[in-house]
Design a protein around this ligand. Structure first.
Ligand SMILES: *Cc1c(COP(=O)(O)O)cnc(C)c1O
Length: 343
């Protein structure tokens, strides 16, 4: 079996991570004079827990994983960047992703000067593991799969994903930002079976906490170890750690929101199908709909004039003529429908 360390960049393997005051002494102190903090203005004066112990305990219960399998980031965008930095030698190594997909994988690859390779989905947005694997070579360190995929909205077939997990010797990332909206189970339960798998989830979508910036990477302890060594020591601030911990108590409310949004998604899809300029509403496992219209740029601009902003995906491969529409409140969806009807 392939060793994770053989995939890690040499400079990261040899990295002596910054040892912060909070790392060197853990426990209850009555006098803290080790971190050059201001002794006044409790509790904001103290540096937060760099490994978010209390929050991870709660997430571990919520997700049925071990705390050591969790890394927390400033959104899941942070681990996307860290994964590329940890495994990919700039100029030499490459990553492979499906296309179209979430834009941050390519941006992070570009920033890190790592070659980004794309494997086009089929016309119906299904994906073919064999074709994707053909894009890989000895320098491919990471494959990014987004499921449910953004912007197409569909879940990727489990058997095809498994072919990637079994056939690829590097790191496979499955980005599950929208998993709460899907009836398909998370890949989290496969974590112990695939030591090179990283699953990304976030509090930004179903939990309604996009402004709070808290994302999760789940992986083997070895991989989370590297992620934790490379991240900024205090990436998740005290307010976020405490607030997310509180919010997890309201899982039932999150589930209720998901139920409402899924019902609205079906209502919206049905109404969209009856509008003359709408050619196709693609099936969705997420909280948005990809919709093909007769004139995407025209529709987009007219909606903007009415103060309704959707995502124009007209220029994206396989998304010609498409708008990506987030499921809003019942009232917001009605406003959108009424404007589209008048085009
Ligand atoms: C929204 C989204 C994210 C999330 O980002 P955060 O940084 O956690 O807010 C990640 N992946 C995909 C595919 C997304 O659509």
């Amino acid at each position: 079996m392939i060793d994770i360390s053989s995939l890690v960049r040499r400079n990261i393997l040899e990295l002596k991570p910054y040892s912060c005051a909070r790392n060197e002494f853990q426990g209850e102190a009555s006098v803290s004079l080790d971190a050059n903090e201001n002794p006044l203005n409790t509790p904001y004066n103290r540096y937060p827990d760099p490994l978010q112990t209390a929050l991870k305990k709660k997430i571990a219960v919520l997700k049925n994983v071990r705390p050591a399998q969790i890394m927390l980031g400033v959104g899941s965008d942070e681990p996307i960047d860290l994964i590329i930095r940890i495994f990919c030698e700039p100029i030499v190594d490459n990553i492979v992703a499906i296309s179209p997909t979430y834009g941050m994988y390519e941006v992070c690859a570009d920033i890190n000067n790592v070659e980004y390779r794309e494997s086009l989905l089929n016309r119906d947005y299904t994906f073919d593991a064999g074709r994707l694997l053909e894009e890989t070579d000895g320098h491919t360190k990471v494959i990014f799969l987004c499921s449910p995929n953004n912007p197409t909205g569909n879940i990727l077939d489990g058997d095809e994903i498994r072919k990637v997990l079994n056939g690829f010797q590097g790191i496979t990332v499955i980005d599950e930002a929208y998993v709460d909206f899907s009836t398909h189970p998370s890949w989290l339960r496969e974590l112990d079976n695939y030591p090179r798998l990283i699953v990304l989830q976030t509090f930004s979508k179903a939990w309604g906490l996009a402004s709070v910036r808290c994302g999760m990477a789940f992986a083997s302890e070895e991989i989370t170890g590297y992620l934790n060594r490379v991240k900024y020591p205090y990436n998740i601030n005290m307010l976020t750690q405490g607030f997310v911990s509180e919010q997890i108590e309201f899982e039932g409310r999150k589930n209720e929101w998901v139920r409402i949004l899924l019902a609205q998604r079906e209502v919206l899809a049905e109404k969209l199908r009856q509008i003359p300029v709408v050619e196709n509403v693609f099936p969705s496992d997420a909280n948005f709909l990809l919709v093909r219209v007769t004139d995407a740029n025209g529709s987009y601009n007219k909606l903007v004039k009415k103060g309704i902003i959707v995502r124009n995906r007209n220029n994206i491969l396989l998304c010609l003529g498409c708008l990506r529409i987030t499921v809003g409140t019942e009232q917001e969806n009605e406003l959108l429908i009424n404007e589209l009807k008048q085009l």
